[in-house]
Design a protein around this ligand. Sequence first.
Ligand code: SAM
Length: 333
Amino acid sequence: MKKSCIKVLKNNGEPLRRELLEAELLDNSAKIICQGDYLYLPLTREPQEYEIRDLPGDLKLTEHEFEEQKGQLKLEDLLDEVPHFELIGDIAVIEDGVLEAEKVAGAIMKVKKNVMTVLASLGPVEGEFRTRRFRTIAGEDRMSTIHKEYGCRYYIDLERAYFTPRLATERARILPQVENGQTVVDMFAGVGPFSIMIGKKSSHIRVIAIDKNPDAILFLRRNIELNAVSNVEAIEGDANLEAEKFASMADHVIMNLPHNAHHFLDAAIKLCAPGAIIHYYDITPEEDLFNSSLNLIDEAARREGRSIEVTETKIVRSYAPHQFNVCIEVKVL
Ligand code: SAM
C-alpha cells in the first residue's frame, strides 16, 4: 500500500521515530522501510507544516509503498465486538452501558500500550460548562491527562472541562483560513484546542480565548504555557459581556457552543471587523441542516445594520440519529 511518509537519514531515524509516535503521526500498521542510507517512516495522516518544522533531522515529506506490519495484537483478536471508544491522551473513554465493560477495558489496555486508564462516561455532556461524569474501570484512577493533537499539547481534566478529540480534523480545517496579522476571538474556548492551534501557527496572529468555566480557563492558561503561545489571551467570563471589549476587532469569530450559540450572535456580529468570518457550530436535524441557523445569523447581522455572505456550510460529524453537528461560515460585511 502507498502511504505518506517521512524520509530521513538512518542516523536521525530513532529520535524522529519517537517524536512521530508521541504526536500519533507514526502508522504502526505499516513496516518502516530501510533503503540505502535512508529510513521511510509511514504516517497516519498528512502533517501540518508547523508540526514537522521542529522535528529532529533533515527530513523530507514523500510517499512510498509499505508492507503491513504483521503479528500485532488487535482488539478484534480479544473481543467479539469492539465498541466505540475515544482516546484522550493516555485515557480511553468508553460509553457507559457497554457490555462486559471490564473485559473491554482489559483488552484496550493490553492492545494500546500507552493507555493507562479506562473510563466509562456516566452520561452525555451537560450543563452550561458542557462537562461529563465518569467512572474508572481499569488502570489508574484519574481523570486528567495530556492530549496531543496536531503538534499541540493539552492538559485536561475530563470531569472539570469539555474536550473532544473528534473535532481535531475540523480544527485543522479552520487553521489555513487564519492569516498573519489577523485577530481571532474564540468565544467558547474551553481548554483551548482551537485557540492554541491557531496561536501556534504564527506569533503574528492574536487570539482572544474566552470561557465562562473557571476550570477550563485554568487549564487553558496551563496549555498556553505548555505550548509557549504568548499570543493567546485567556479571559474568564461570559462571552456576551467580554465580547463588548473587542468590538470590530475580530477577523475570525469561533462559536463552538452547539445548541446555544444563537444566544451569542449579536455579540459575535459586533466583534466582526468588515469582512470577518464567523465559524458557527450547531446541532441540527437532517431535514433542516442549515436554513434555520442561517436565518438566525442573518437576523442578528441585520439588527446591527450588517449583511452576511455564506462561505461554507458543512456537516462536521454525526451527533445522534438524524442529528448532525454542522459548521456554518459566513462573511460579515
Ligand atoms: N471550543 C472548545 C473545544 O472545542 O474543546 C470548547 C467547546 S465546549 C462545546 C463549549 C464551551 O463553552 C465550554 O467550555 C463552556 O464552559 C463554555 N461556555 C458556556 N457558556 C459560556 C458563556 N456564556 N460564555 C463563555 N463560555 C461559555
